[in-house]
Write a protein that binds this ligand. Structure first.
Ligand SMILES: Cc1cc2nc3c(=O)[nH]c(=O)nc-3n(C[C@H](O)[C@H](O)[C@H](O)COP(=O)(O)OP(=O)(O)OC[C@H]3O[C@@H](n4cnc5c(N)ncnc54)[C@H](O)[C@@H]3O)c2cc1C
Length: 393
């Protein structure tokens, strides 16, 4: 700590006291990157332990680049799976489009699928375990001109130069600082579950596009995950005891390997259900509190971009913080936001557009969509990936 001659104590760069709320993708990535720059951030995570529940995550090359900076890329390659092909079928199971990801991988690096708990383990390995406090959350944040006073769930209180909310799409940090910001419901909800890895193609993602319904079969190392989306009212309830019947009813007209997949469902508690939302908020920081990852910019899952966007945002704020000090931290937060906003907005818009295309509820539109897909050239697919991956982050 240094005195600036005006009686103010300033902590420069890594001496700043930083609290990260949430040890998910954004929180762990950021903690690891800050540690590599000499910071000693504290991370608090509400869950008592890192569980083994999750779905398959697809990581864009832009996310993998962040893991390279974290020294975690080799482990990602070991635990993940590089897929090369993309098969899009109609609801009957007839393949209407196949393309290879190879030209994208050649230019930017592989697209990697990984079981979410394995990704979390990979990130944990890159963070000093002493920084992480499980089973702990924040009850209240009081902001003063120079510090934020944080009241923890164990009754303790501490002063921080900066508090970073990485606590996901339903962020309590966001609620505490900005009040209630509603999520935007996409009109789609869905189930996720695991199936026998022999059931589908091991070399790529297989998607079934129906009318207002979608099934994606995503392979990763030794596992096959199914991700479904169905047009539903926002408040639709999904009682666990009748869940399997509802899924079977919903996809009863689907062909290909879908009937075999549905036959495998036997434990409804092993099937998760979620509503698909994104979220936009006018500012990502207020005073000494800032949001990173889904808490700032939740993205619909259909673009497979949420994790990569969370990691990119973590990388950018880490860079800005190592050029900051405790007096001018608010300026660093604005720099972070202005660097990230245009890209995040573009990806959010893209995922909304894809949602409309894939989940079209009208027979005419979905038939036109399937026809268009057939004639859609692979060059257009690569142009899409180029536009998603060429931006600086
Ligand atoms: C079904 C589904 C499939 C998806 N597939 C993909 C995909 O293929 N590719 C992709 O890129 N993205 C995918 N996503 C999106 C992706 O999971 C998120 O965008 C990403 O996890 C965001 O990271 P995050 O760190 O911001 O939030 P999270 O990973 O959700 O982490 C938040 C952490 O904060 C903790 N926490 C919450 N509240 C508190 C609190 N009050 N105090 C302390 N800790 C707290 C949570 O326990 C959690 O550990 C998918 C999402 C869903 C729902």
């Amino acid at each position: 700590m240094a005195n600036n001659g005006k009686g103010q104590n300033i902590r420069y760069g890594p001496d700043m006291k930083v609290l990260i709320i949430g040890a998910g993708v954004a929180g762990l990535t950021l903690a690891g990157l800050l540690e590599r720059r000499g910071f000693t951030p504290r991370v608090v995570e509400r869950a008592p332990a890192f569980g083994k529940v999750g779905y398959v995550i697809v990581i864009w090359p832009s996310g993998s680049r962040v893991l390279k900076g974290l020294g975690a890329y080799e482990k990602l390659l070991e635990e993940g799976c590089q897929f090369t092909n993309y098969y899009i079928s109609n609801y009957k199971g007839e393949v209407i489009k196949t393309y290879t990801i190879d030209p994208v991988a050649e230019k930017y690096g592989p697209i990697i699928s990984i079981y979410r708990p394995e990704l979390i383990d990979t990130l944990i390995d890159a963070v000093n375990p002493e920084f992480i406090n499980m089973n702990m959350t924040v009850d209240k944040i009081d902001q003063g001109p120079d510090t934020a006073e944080v009241h923890f769930s164990d009754g303790s209180t501490e002063q921080y130069d900066l508090v970073i909310g990485c606590d996901g799409v339903r962020s309590k940090t966001r609620e505490q600082i900005f009040g209630h910001i509603p999520l935007t419901y996409s009109g789609m909800s869905g189930w996720g579950f695991w199936i026998d890895p022999d059931l589908s193609k091991p070399d790529g993602i297989v998607e079934y596009w129906g009318k207002g319904k979608f099934i994606g079969v995503w392979p990763t190392k030794g596992r096959l995950s199914v991700f479904t989306s169905v047009k539903m009212e926002e408040k639709t309830v999904d009682p666990v005891d009748t869940r399997i019947d509802r899924i079977k009813e919903c996809f009863k007209e689907f062909g290909g390997v879908v009937p075999d997949m549905l036959d495998q469902l036997n434990d409804p508690n092993e099937i998760y259900y979620d509503t698909y939302n994104d979220m936009q908020i006018d500012s990502w920081s207020k005073g000494r509190v800032v949001l990173v990852g889904d808490s700032a910019h939740a993205i619909l899952p259909n673009a497979g971009a949420g994790v990569s966007m969370a990691m990119e945002s973590a990388a950018v704020i880490a860079e800005e913080l190592c050029r900051a000090d405790s007096k001018y931290v608010e300026h660093a937060l604005k720099q972070y936001e202005s660097r990230r906003r245009p890209r995040v907005k573009k990806v959010q818009n893209q995922s909304r557009m894809m949602g409309k295309l894939v989940y079209s509820n009208s027979s005419i539109l979905s038939t036109a969509r399937d026809y268009f897909l057939k004639v859609y050239s692979n060059d257009l697919v690569y142009k899409y990936w180029d536009s998603m991956l060429k931006d600086p982050i």
